[in-house]
Design a protein around this ligand. Structure first.
Ligand code: AMP
Ligand code: GLY
Length: 433
C-alpha cells in the first residue's frame, strides 16, 4: 500500500508514527517532511498546492491520502484527488466550510439547534460597533475565515471588542479571512476536544482530550496553536459523550448532509462544558494539534483500517476502537517568541536515551535536518509521556521536555493541571470521608 500524508507538523508525525505501526509493510510519502519524519519519502510540494498534489498522487499510484492541515482541505484537495479517482481521508471543500467559514458554521448550528454561543455576523464595522456597545462585554470577536488559530479574540471590555472588530474589518489584519467577523457571547466552563471519525452520518469519537491553548502556565498569556494536551479527561463521562453525540455531532452531520456537503473525515468538536451542558466553541475539519500526539499513542486498534474505509466510501457504523489503559500527556516545546516572531535554525539536542524509553515519544513539528537537527518553526517538538496514571504520564512528558535542549526553548510544566487538581480533590475527599 502506498500512503501519502499531507502536512509536516507534530500532528502529521503522530499520524505517520501510528500508521507505520498499523502497516509496517506500506510505503509512506510526506509533503516536505520535518526533521523527524525521515522514514517517509519526501514529496517536494507545498501542502496547499492541491492540484499539483493530486497530479503527483495520481502519477505515483497513491492508494490512500491522509490530509493533516485545514488549508488544503479548504482549498479542495479532497475534491481534486477524488476527481482523479483516488481515495482520500478528509472532507470535501464544501464540508470543510464547517471550519473555514465560521459564519457558515454558526448559521448551520443555529439551523440544526446545536448548542453554541449566541452570535451575530458582521461585514460592516459601523454595525459591529453598534452591536458591541449595545450588548457590552465580555465578548469574543472572531475572524470568519482561516487565521492560523489566531483569529479569535476574547475581549473583557467593549473597547477591546471594538478595537478587535476594527483591526479585522477596517485594518484587515487577517486579510480576507477577517472581512466578515462573528461576534459571540463569552461562555464559561472547561474546554474539551472531541475528535470523531465520520462517514457522512455516523460519528465514532476518539478518546476525548483537553488542549492548553494559552502560552503560559496556569493558562495565562496569549492564545497559541496549543502548548500541550492530555487524554483521557474524566469530565467526559459516558453520559456527557452520549449528550454530545445526540445534541451536537448527529444534528451537525445531518445539517451538513442536507446542505449537500456530507462530512467524511475527522470532525473535531471544540466544546465548552458549561453549567447547562456541552456547547460548541468551534468545529475543525481535521485532527487537532497537539491532541493527536496525546490520543494516538493510546489507540491500540488500527487507525489505518477506519481511515481507509472512510476514504473508500465505507461506513464506521459498529466500529469499536480499542484503547490501552492509562494516560498520555503531550508537552509542546516552542521557540522563544512564539506565537509571535522567533528565530529558526538553532541546533537541537535530543538525548539518545529518550529514544530507548517506552514511556516517552518525541514527535517533531518545526524541525529540519541541516548539518544536524535544527529548529524550523514556532512549535518545535511535542513530547508525549505515557503512564498508568496521569501523574506518571506528566512526569515522563516533563522529564523528556527538560532533557531536550535548544536555545530559547519554551514549554509549560503544568499540562494536565485541571485533571490532576480534580484527582487530588477526589483523593482528599475520600481520605476525609
Ligand atoms: P477558536 O479559535 O474559536 O478555537 O477559539 C480559541 C479559544 O478562544 C478557544 O479555545 C477558547 O478558549 C476561546 N473562545 C473562543 N470562543 C469562545 C467563547 N464563545 N467563549 C469563551 N471562550 C471562547
Ligand atoms: N489544538 C487546537 C487545534 O488543533 O485547532
Amino acid at each position: 500500500m502506498r500512503i501519502l500524508i499531507v502536512g509536516n507538523g507534530g500532528r502529521e508525525h503522530a499520524l505517520l508514527w501510528k500508521l507505520m505501526r498499523d502497516a509496517p509493510e506500506a510505503s509512506f510519502f510526506v509533503t516536505r517532511p520535518n526533521g523527524g519524519m525521515g522514514e517517509a519519502a519526501p514529496v517536494d510540494l507545498d501542502s496547499a498546492d492541491v492540484d499539483a498534489l493530486a497530479a503527483w498522487a495520481a502519477a505515483n499510484s497513491i492508494d490512500l491520502t491522509i490530509v493533516g492541515p485545514e488549508a488544503p482541505l479548504a482549498r479542495g484537495i479532497t475534491d481534486a484527488l477524488q476527481a482523479c479517482g483516488l481515495h482520500v481521508f478528509g472532507p470535501t471543500r464544501a464540508a470543510a466550510r464547517i471550519e473555514a467559514n465560521k459564519a457558515y458554521a454558526k448559521a448551520l448550528m443555529a439551523r440544526a439547534g446545536v448548542p453554541t454561543a449566541r452570535h451575530l455576523a458582521f461585514a460592516s464595522f459601523a454595525a459591529a460597533e453598534r452591536h458591541i456597545l449595545e450588548v457590552g462585554a465580555p465578548l469574543v470577536v472572531k475572524a470568519s475565515g482561516l487565521a492560523s488559530g489566531k483569529g479569535s479574540i476574547v475581549c473583557a471590555t467593549p473597547q477591546e471588542a471594538v478595537a478587535a472588530a476594527r483591526n479585522m474589518l477596517v485594518e484587515g489584519i487577517f486579510g480576507d479571512a477577517g472581512r466578515e467577523v462573528v461576534i459571540e457571547e463569552f461562555m464559561t466552563g472547561e474546554e474539551l476536544s472531541v475528535l470523531a471519525l465520520v462517514d457522512g452520518r455516523t460519528a465514532i469519537p476518539l478518546l476525548p482530550s483537553q488542549d492548553h491553548k494559552r502560552l503560559g502556565e496556569g493558562d495565562a498569556g496569549p492564545n497559541t496553536g496549543g502548548m500541550g494536551a492530555y487524554a483521557p479527561v474524566s469530565i467526559a463521562t459516558d453520559a456527557l459523550m452520549e449528550e454530545v453525540r445526540r445534541t451536537i455531532l448527529e444534528p451537525t452531520l445531518a445539517a451538513l448532509a442536507d446542505d449537500e456537503a456530507p462530512f467524511r473525515g475527522l470532525l473535531y468538536a471544540g466544546l465548552m462544558i458549561t453549567d447547562t451542558g456541552p456547547r460548541v466553541v468551534e468545529f475543525n475539519c481535521r485532527f487537532g494539534d497537539p491532541e493527536t500526539q496525546a490520543v494516538l499513542p493510546l489507540l491500540e486498534s488500527s487507525l489505518l483500517d477506519p481511515l481507509a474505509a472512510v476514504a473508500a466510501g465505507g461506513s464506521v457504523t459498529g466500529l469499536r476502537l480499542c484503547w490501552r489503559p492509562g494516560s498520555a500527556i503531550t508537552t509542546v516545546l516552542a521557540s522563544d517568541g512564539y506565537p509571535g516572531s522567533y528565530r529558526s535554525g538553532l541546533p537541537i539536542q535530543i538525548p539518545e536515551e529518550l529514544a530507548a524509553r517506552d514511556d516517552v515519544l518525541v514527535f517533531h513539528a518545526g524541525t529540519r535536518r541541516a548539518d544536524g537537527l535544527v529548529t524550523a518553526g514556532g512549535r518545535v517538538l511535542a513530547v508525549t509521556g505515557l503512564g498508568p496514571t496521569l501523574e506518571r504520564a506528566a512526569e515522563a512528558s516533563r522529564r523528556g521536555a527538560e532533557t531536550i535542549a535548544f536555545e530559547g526553548k519554551v514549554f509549560r510544566r503544568d499540562i494536565g493541571w485541571r485533571e490532576l487538581a480534580r484527582q487530588n480533590k477526589r483523593r482528599k475527599e475520600s481520605v476525609g470521608a
